[in-house]
Design a protein around this ligand. Sequence first.
Ligand SMILES: Nc1nc2c(c(=O)[nH]1)N[C@H]1C(S)=C(S)[C@@H](COP(=O)(O)OP(=O)(O)OC[C@H]3O[C@@H](n4cnc5c(=O)[nH]c(N)nc54)[C@H](O)[C@@H]3O)O[C@H]1N2
Ligand SMILES: Nc1nc2c(c(=O)[nH]1)N[C@H]1C(S)=C(S)[C@@H](COP(=O)(O)OP(=O)(O)OC[C@H]3O[C@@H](n4cnc5c(=O)[nH]c(N)nc54)[C@H](O)[C@@H]3O)O[C@H]1N2
Ligand SMILES: [Mo]
Length: 765
Amino acid sequence: MQQLRTHSAHWGAFHAGMQDGRLVVTPHPGDPDPNPLIDNFPDALRHPARIAAPAIRRSWLERGPGADILRGGDEYVQVSWDKALDLLAGELRRLGEAYGPSTIYGGSYGWSSAGRFHHVQSQIHRFLNVAMGGYVRSVNTYSGGCAEVLIPHVLGSYEKAVRRNVTWDQIAQRTDVVLAFGGMALKNSRVAGGGVSRHVERGAMREAAGRGCRFVCISPLSSDLPEEAAADWMPVIPGTDIALMLGIAHTLVSDGSHDRAFLAQYCSGWEEFETYLSGHNDGVKKNAEWAASICGVSAEEIQSLARSLPGRRVLITVSHSLQRAERGEQPVWMGAVLAAMLGQIGLPGGGYSYALGTLAHYGRRNNAVPSPSLSQGTNGVKEFIPVARIADMLLNPGQSFDYNGQRLVYPHVRMAYWAGGNPFHHHQDLPRLTRAISTLDTFVVHDHAWTATARHADIVLPATMTLEREDIGSAPTDPLMLAMHRIAEPYGEARDDYEIFCGLAQRLGVLDEFSEGRSSREWLQHLYAKTREALAEIGHEAPDFDTFWRQGELVLPQADDDGGMMRAFRNDPQANPLATPSGKIQVSSPVIESFGYDDCPGHPAWVEPTERPTKDFPLHLISNQPASRLHSQLDFGGHSQSTKLKGREVCSMHPATAADRGIREGDLVRLFNSRGACIAAARLTEQMHPGVVQLPTGAWYDPMEEASGKTLCVHGNPNVMTRDIGTSRLTQGCSGQLTIVQAERFDGAVRAVSVFEPPRSAVIE
Ligand SMILES: Nc1nc2c(c(=O)[nH]1)N[C@H]1C(S)=C(S)[C@@H](COP(=O)(O)OP(=O)(O)OC[C@H]3O[C@@H](n4cnc5c(=O)[nH]c(N)nc54)[C@H](O)[C@@H]3O)O[C@H]1N2
Ligand SMILES: Nc1nc2c(c(=O)[nH]1)N[C@H]1C(S)=C(S)[C@@H](COP(=O)(O)OP(=O)(O)OC[C@H]3O[C@@H](n4cnc5c(=O)[nH]c(N)nc54)[C@H](O)[C@@H]3O)O[C@H]1N2
Ligand SMILES: [Mo]
């Protein structure tokens, strides 16, 4: 029997140990609202979906590197570590010598695990920089890719606008009204990269609502705010929030109740926007009636909501989801403009807090010292892509594209090297991604499990799971730094990513530079020492490494709850200007205007998305974040499995939508559009807009071909149907949240989900 010791995951701090051969996990005792996602660990640890040994795709092994449509359908051959690393080092050398490092895509987007040293994105980037001189990188994220480009034009620093803004404490104590566009679902704020030790959102919403704060859940799903918020629900048609916001804005201006003094002092470009709002140029007044005809909320409701706001402490939040869709810039921008019109920006508990409630990072105080991190070295390659343009890059080398005022060219990539991410989870239009991946010479993946991505790779290297190694857990807005103890022995022949990269670095003659002569434990001591030094600089004493390791945790001091950048700007706009061209909030942006993009004009506007429901595909599909796991991670774990129905992912729809199609609770359904199809199990609920079906992301992609030639995922992965287009030419973010589909009852026969069994493989040594 092993005593339980501290460990951490993106979904929370916990204690774990092996008892009678079984993993036991319990939440951290200090967590007021623990996350059930920790229950995915016990079954996952020794699950057959784990990768037991290095494996090479048979055709690649026999025929060598090259484009191959067999990726995703081939057999694997188990080889020794020496053989796998020799082959991979040889291929890296070949490509480097023939084409240089700009032929390797090392963006390797993904969440990997919480530990700061084994954070595999840092590891892979450091390795490729040291060993190859660099790699084609990616910029921005799937999470907020559109807002990350837009917000600097409008408010200045994205980081400061998002991570140092209104806190949950301020909401609990000060806010009168929260307009939550896309809601603030607790399932989402359970998660923070690097780990979180206290889940405070539920308690804060309960306290605020108890004090009389009104929460308005503006979303197609009423479950996007928890019961504790006692919210009013305003079911909006997906992708039309900007129209609703414009309708509110128009009502405020018609009533003369917008804060003109605030707009004059703190904003730039109000006049251009007001001209648009009033319809001076296009003859269309963006009033409540106009808005109602687009967003599906009645004009009376829009007006009454608008009239309930002036004079009160109002907070506007816009979730990441709204910008993970075509034209996602518009609601993100307009949220800021609406908060400015109400004169609330910079006040305690008021104003605009983009993305609050979508992750546990936000709405908290920042630590006074940075989290430990591994230095990544210098990337000598200039070429990059906005992260969600991966398939475009592979399918169109040499083609140019727009991004944030620049005209860029897709490089010719021959190798993709992925560790700690799952593109066959996160990317859109997976049949298209399959074609894109087939163009590569070589596709390398490290993972601890046989994900759909590993099943498309040529070289598959088994990585340890977080519980099988030591690390330090830390997130920039959580005060607890955690010793992540090793709880279990590695599965099969799995190795730490660090050890894998050391093996390659040695073969390529750069081991000393990569490892700096340190073992993993020595790296942890080194990283801890840096935090200790930073603490000493601000007069804080921290124990030595051994004491920290024994105690399991260290409480870091945090910065004051001072409202951050927006409060400082409000208090003294001359001394603390925003990092925008005017130093003020850009209600309109001459810079964006100058780019001349028809899909993103120089002020917030209703720009019709190019995909809207049709006769053939009349329903919006919302593919949002799953409640029972983080993305695709540990989908084979107990908690995630307990939420499946008939072995398939669950798709929610309104009873009226179901009745029209003869679908009953628990029936298998087939969702489809022009790109692909999937099988899911139906759950009926009145708590959603009837024009919408909802299927979370993350069910492992398990494709087969239908008689029509269409790809069908038998498990229920929405990305077989989503559209692989950028949010706009300005931002080129991921548009995965929304698409259009048809739904039908599925009475046919379909094979069982088989993606949790390892692929066909042979051992040759
Ligand atoms: N349709 C649609 N698609 C979406 C979204 C959406 O809203 N709708 N949301 C998008 C968003 S916001 C995001 S952030 C992405 C998430 O996309 P990803 O971050 O790619 O998803 P994860 O499932 O977290 O992938 C992490 C992978 O790393 C592996 N891993 C974990 N720890 C380790 C380790 O220590 N070493 C190695 N080598 N591997 C490890 C896990 O097993 C897993 O396969 O998905 C995006 N995709
Ligand atoms: N449990 C769990 N939590 C997570 C994650 C996870 O995988 N699992 N992933 C984390 C990550 S990486 C990220 S980036 C965040 C993402 O945070 P978000 O992107 O905000 O999360 P989602 O759940 O995709 O979307 C939130 C809600 O937005 C609503 N919505 C969708 N489209 C529209 C629209 O057009 N208008 C309006 N008003 N509402 C709309 C949907 O009903 C959806 O439930 O979540 C994080 N939290
Ligand atoms: Mo994300």
